[in-house]
Design a protein around this ligand. Structure first.
Ligand code: ADA
Length: 583
């Protein structure tokens, strides 16, 4: 399943899911004599008993049949972490980073059988500045769907839509790119529309374009949608966006639909004026969890059913938000959030990089690429209300600041509509708070430190205001505690499920209080996740897991699940009010 809806009706699309041949190899490009294994795609090789800890290069191979001479577009929604793709003998793509998609177009492929070879590399080293030994696991393989499409000489590369609210009406800003990969100039018409029946917008926008051979043309237009209904968390109305490229038919014949692009959008606006987050003008206090895309059974390649299960659990907890820590998520999960009205903080890929790690020669390029790809690929999702970058990186140094500044500016340039933030753990040493629209801090009172959560929050609000966060919304982007599933203790010792409940209870009491200055909270974390096996601080991760989940890796709820559920659903507050009234 590629998305929750058909992405094309004109363009032929096929998902290359199923069993692919697999073999570990020593380097990309190597062609082994035998392919001994078969693995599922999407999937990661850690699910196979022989490759549970394999780190290196793995070759995935399959055949495809092409019926007529045609242009092929291959899209990989996520390969962890470096991909090199060959069609027969030719290398057709190279991409770094597990968590964003990449595409490649191969022209004039002859009819017959062809072979796709995908080399995935999950090793650490100089080539990888973002995937490093860390508090989550870098799995190996095509963790997200692989898509094969047939395109003509002209195809639609992308269609983006930004809803805008002005003078009591919804408007929309369009940007669509059409590319001519042929050898001759092409003339046609680009139609850009939403489901007219619902928006009564007077039909699609039409633009006649002349595209030189080998060139792309980007069209920018605005339109009004007076009868559009807003996308709100409690009524997430979605519209189908359709871009269509048509060319004139032969004399007296009808126009020919040559290519299309379908996506879904929602009309909503976000603002953070006065230090609160508002969706369509209504204040929303975010109650969320941090979630890694990780499952004890399927690694980073969660099935659609598992994603939906996560989403249902998150909703059951009483959350209205989720943070995609620490990378852009699978589009199917984002589609589910659009559909169910769950608000999303999406962030680029990084966790805990020091200045030295940010000075790694590949860092700037690789980090900017994932930031750009995230915003360009996911910008149409109405559920995404916050863009974030560089979790717990060097926002306390001048060099770090230069990176935060340029990446936040890049996001602003690509998408002026959403507030930007980053989660900091530097406290008063942070020197980048002025650069963000929202101040976000990770604090672990009761776990790593032992302050009173209420006092700590007030102190944080005070210094954040002084250090560039004055008047800005403040989010507690992480707090939590380990709780080893099944480890019970009458003494409620650290690491027990009971102690995890106590710590979360103390934290939530303070943060959800009516007087709390917070615009949102995100618990660390939704589910336990696998981490890299290593020495140093990673040794503190018993069972090579980060065990701060409210559910374990198999989604079995811990005691803390109900503690959080009561708070987020208002039960705990009600109970304490009732208790006070009794006294
Ligand atoms: C950090 C970090 C998380 C996780 C957490 C923890 O704040 O952002 O990825 O490592 O701490 O469990 O300590």
């Amino acid at each position: 399943m590629i998305r929750l809806f058909d992405t094309h009706q004109v363009r032929p699309v096929k998902e290359l899911e199923g069993l692919w041949d697999f073999q570990p190899v020593s380097r990309q490009g190597e062609v082994p004599e035998r392919m001994e294994y078969r693995l599922p795609v999407p999937g990661c090789w850690e699910t196979h008993p022989e490759f549970g800890t394999y780190q290196g290069v793995g070759l995935y191979r399959r055949k495809i049949r092409v019926d007529r001479r045609t242009n092929l577009r291959l899209e990989f929604k996520g390969v962890s972490h470096t991909a090199d793709v060959y069609l027969d003998e030719e290398r057709i793509a190279h991409h770094y980073n597990a968590y964003t998609a990449f595409e490649t177009v191969v022209k004039q492929v002859e009819p017959g059988e062809h072979e796709i070879r995908l080399y995935a590399d999950n090793s650490f080293g100089e080539h990888s500045a973002l995937h490093i030994p860390n508090d989550y696991y870098t799995y190996g393989g095509p963790i997200r769907p692989v898509v094969l499409e047939e395109i003509g000489e002209v195809y639609i590369e992308r269609a983006a839509f930004w809803p805008e609210w002005a003078e009591g009406t919804w408007h929309g800003r369009w940007q669509a790119t059409v590319r001519n990969i042929g050898d001759t100039v092409r003339t046609g018409e680009l139609l850009l529309g939403l489901d007219e029946a619902q928006t009564a917008g007077g039909g699609p926008l039409r633009e006649t374009l002349r595209i030189e051979a080998g060139q792309s043309v980007t069209v920018e237009r605005t339109a009004s949608y007076p009868s559009a209904q807003a996308w709100n968390p409690d009524s997430p109305v979605l519209y189908t966006l359709r871009a269509l490229w048509i060319e004139p038919g032969a004399e007296g014949e009808a126009e020919i639909p040559v290519d299309d692009w379908i996506d879904r959008i929602g009309f909503r606006r976000i603002d953070t004026e006065g230090g609160q987050l508002r969706v369509n003008g209504l204040e929303v206090r975010l109650q969320g969890v941090n979630r890694h895309e990780d499952h004890a059974r399927s690694g980073a390649a969660l099935s659609f059913a598992d994603m939906l299960h996560d989403l249902e659990l998150i909703r059951d907890l009483g959350c209205n938000a989720v943070r995609t820590s620490h990378y852009p998520n699978d589009e199917r999960f984002l589609d589910l959030c659009d559909e169910f009205g769950l608000l999303v903080w999406e962030e680029n890929h990084a966790r805990g990089l020091s200045e030295q790690q940010m000075r790694q020669p590949n860092f700037r390029r690789q980090s900017e690429a994932v930031t750009r790809e995230m915003v360009e690929q996911h910008g149409n999702h109405p559920s995404i209300v916050i863009w974030a970058i560089l979790n717990e990186c060097a926002s306390d140094t001048l060099y770090g600041r230069s990176i935060y500044e340029s990446e936040l500016a890049l996001i602003r340039e690509l998408d002026p509509s959403r507030p930007r933030t980053f989660a900091s753990h530097h406290g008063e040493r942070d020197i980048c708070l002025d650069l963000a629209d929202i101040v976000s801090v990770n604090l672990y009172p009761g776990w790593y430190t032992d302050e009173d959560p209420g006092q700590l929050m007030q102190q944080t609000a005070a210094w954040a205001g002084r250090l560039g966060g004055e008047g800005k919304a403040l989010i507690l982007s992480e707090f939590g505690a380990d709780g080893y599933y099944g480890f019970r203790s009458r003494e409620r010792v650290k690491g027990s499920e009971e102690r995890q409940c106590d710590i979360l209870d103390d934290n939530l009491r303070a943060y959800l209080d009516e007087d709390s200055p917070l615009a949102g909270v995100f618990i660390w974390q939704f589910g336990d996740c696998r981490v890299t096996e290593a020495t140093g601080w990673l040794l503190s991760r018993g069972c090579t897991r980060n065990s701060k989940g409210l559910v374990d890796g198999y989604r079995r709820p811990k005691l803390a699940y109900d503690t959080v559920r009561e708070h987020f659903r208002g039960g705990a507050e009600r109970k304490s009010d009732a208790a006070q009234n009794r006294h």
